[in-house]
Design a protein around this ligand. Structure first.
Ligand code: F6R
Length: 606
């Protein structure tokens, strides 16, 4: 959460900073702010405003002084409400040093107390401001060396952080540090960048460096020095960013979310590429699977729902027990995990703190860790024994769509691979499923053809108080995902249920006109009959039923057709209409589709 960007170089800093903030706003949008070095030894120029970046841009006008070095921040509030005062950057009491921070400083109360006792005046309620005051003192101790000060201060901090700092006595220099929170260096020509992720500077440079845990980056327009906290210079591998700047643009779509829904066929195809039809054995390379007795999937939100689908597929194909755990709960309940457990953290961002902590917990117990992740070089894959990257490309909308689809594909690939090496699935069935997998991009294309009529249908329900989603088998996690999307985007009550569970309580929610979305199992299957009965039960109580089905289903009030596929793969197709319903409901209700209230894309706090 919180987006961080720093620029130093030949250009005027304002424009790359604002562009960086625009790209990083998905990480939090409670406030935005910028600090610039205007003249050596002078007070820094600073402007910050509560609310979205647009609020800050409105007041900037043409009053911004020329500067070639500055930092910018977009906030997801943790300590202190979303006010102008709590917005970053935070200054020291001389107004010459500015700090921006992402994460949580866990010992901030004790730090603040002793700083106040020493005479520092605080102007915000944040945990982050303590860092500005600490750095100010430490810099004096280190004879005006901001990087040395940063190394010292990091040792005093507990918690997670990415910090950037500038000081007007050292114009042109930006110092950054990270622990459990991301920071990348963008290497330009006569200019350099520091940012939470590469999208912030992709239109300026495709060359990047990642920082390791507890490392400090000290940059000017021409130099980049990375050290550990003891001051030892670290060698960092430079890499080339593989995607294009245009991938992070809306490209004519009204919203990033809609664009990303339409990118799903390509994302699925890219994730499958080179991993089926003879290549599947490559995917768990780098991990010893001998003696694995169970699989534990740890994830949050949408990634958790993908994990639930994975459980059905992996258990069936590989005949091995699979637990799916909410990462935020996992390490707090003394779960049974040891060296014979294969733990699979699933994460789009690769930075989700809950998932990272679950991973570390399992690793400490000796488990083998195989990550599924969309962001190369992020913390979760770095700390895992091996990784299967999904190739969804950058997902900018806060609500996950194409990343979910590719996480499902990853689950199927892992299920097939485990089944093959355990000898629990026949070569014929593998071939059949792989053929179905290969057809998914085309079939998702077909579902996308229903988007316009579905948007129209959704508008009939915009004033509904609540919407329920029903599914059975893999349709159940699909229903959970449909409800999650609707909650986060439309801000309306939504719940997903297993069809058979309804009569055990939730059916009391149904009243005249309640919209119920039913994800129908494949036509002709036993479960399709069971689900048909569940639908009759809700219809008898006044529900209006929208069925997502691969064939006609007379009992439904409305039918959304999806192509037929292998029963385990159906969520890949069935979730698309659910994403569209949530999208359209948000549009119709006037909500911010790409940046829904209270959320952030990358949840780097516990
Ligand atoms: C929902 C959504 C979240 C994320 C969750 C995990 O649309 O995006 O529920 O799925 O915060 O994030 P990652 O996958 O980055 O670990």
């Amino acid at each position: 959460m919180c987006g961080i960007v720093g620029y130093t170089g030949k250009a005027l800093a304002l424009s790359p900073l604002l562009e960086g903030l625009r790209k990083l706003e998905y990480r939090g949008y409670d406030s935005a702010g910028i600090a610039l070095v205007t003249a050596a030894g002078e007070k820094l120029w600073i402007e910050k405003r509560a609310g979205k970046l647009g609020n800050l841009e409105e007041i900037l006008g043409d009053k911004v002084p020329n500067s070639h070095c500055g930092i910018g921040h977009t906030r997801w509030a943790t300590h202190g409400g979303p006010t102008d005062e709590n917005a970053h950057p935070h200054l020291d009491n001389e107004g010459k040093l500015a700090v921006i921070h992402n994460g949580i400083i866990e010992n901030y109360l004790e730090l603040r107390k002793s700083l106040e006792e020493a005479g520092h005046i605080f102007n915000s309620e944040t945990d982050s401001e303590s860092v500005a005051h600490l750095l100010s003192d430490a810099r004096k101790e280190h004879k005006g060396d901001l990087a040395a000060a940063m190394r010292q201060v990091c040792k005093e901090l507990r918690g997670s952080f990415t910090i950037l700092a500038i000081h007007s006595d050292e114009p042109g220099r930006i110092v950054g540090a990270r622990r459990n929170s991301p920071l990348v260096v963008g290497i330009g020509n006569g200019e350099n960048f520091l940012a939470s992720d590469v999208s912030a500077f992709i239109s300026y440079t495709k060359r990047a460096l990642e920082l390791g845990q507890d490392e400090v980056a000290d940059i000017t327009a021409e130099t980049i020095v990375i050290t550990d906290l003891a001051g030892n210079v670290m060698n960092q591998n430079e890499y080339e960013i593989s995607w294009d700047a245009s991938a992070a643009e809306r490209g004519g779509f009204e919203h990033f979310m809609l664009k990303e829904i339409f990118e799903q066929p390509k994302a699925i195809a890219d994730t499958l590429l080179g991993r089926i039809k003879g290549f599947n054995s490559e995917i768990l390379k780098g991990i010893d699977l001998d003696g694995i007795e169970k699989v534990v999937i740890v994830a949050c939100g949408t990634a958790f729902n993908a994990g639930l689908v994975g459980k059905y597929a992996i258990e069936k194909w590989a005949n091995i027990a699979v637990d799916v755990e909410l990462a935020s709960e996992y390490r707090y309940r003394d779960p049974s995990v040891d060296k014979n457990t294969l733990v699979i953290p699933i994460s789009q961002s690769g930075e989700t703190m809950d998932t990272l902590m679950a991973l570390r917990f399992a690793k400490n117990k000796g488990a083998r860790i195989f990550a599924v992740c969309n962001t190369s070089g992020s913390t979760i894959p770095r700390e895992s024994d091996a990784v299967l990257y999904t190739h969804a490309g950058p997902e900018i909308a806060v609500a996950s769509t194409k990343a979910f689809e590719t996480q499902l594909v990853a689950m199927y690939l892992i299920g097939l691979h485990l089944g093959r090496i355990r000898g629990t699935i026949s070569a014929e069935l593998i071939a059949e499923i792989e053929s179905e997998l290969a057809e998914l991009p085309g079939k998702v294309e077909q579902v996308l053809e229903t988007v316009e009529p579905l948007r129209e249908l959704t508008r009939k329900f915009t004033s509904a108080a609540s919407m329920l989603f029903l599914g059975r088998h893999v349709g159940f996690p699909t229903a959970l995902e449909g409800a999650l999307k609707l909650k986060e985007l439309a801000y309306m009550h939504a719940e997903g249920f297993a069809g058979g569970e309804l009569k055990h309580g939730p059916i009391a929610l149904i009243e005249n006109g309640t919209p119920v979305v039913a994800i129908m199992p494949a036509a002709g299957s036993l479960l399709a009959e069971k689900m048909a009965s569940n639908i009759q039960e809700v219809k008898a109580r006044g529900a209006v039923v929208i069925a997502i089905a691969d064939s006609g289903f007379e009992a439904a009030d409305y039918l959304v057709r999806i192509p037929t596929t292998h029963e385990f793969l159906q969520p890949v197709l069935a979730v698309v209409p659910l994403q569209v319903i949530a999208y359209e409901m948000a549009v119709a209700r006037g909500n911010d589709v790409d940046q829904p209230r209270n959320l952030a894309k990358s949840v780097t706090v516990e």
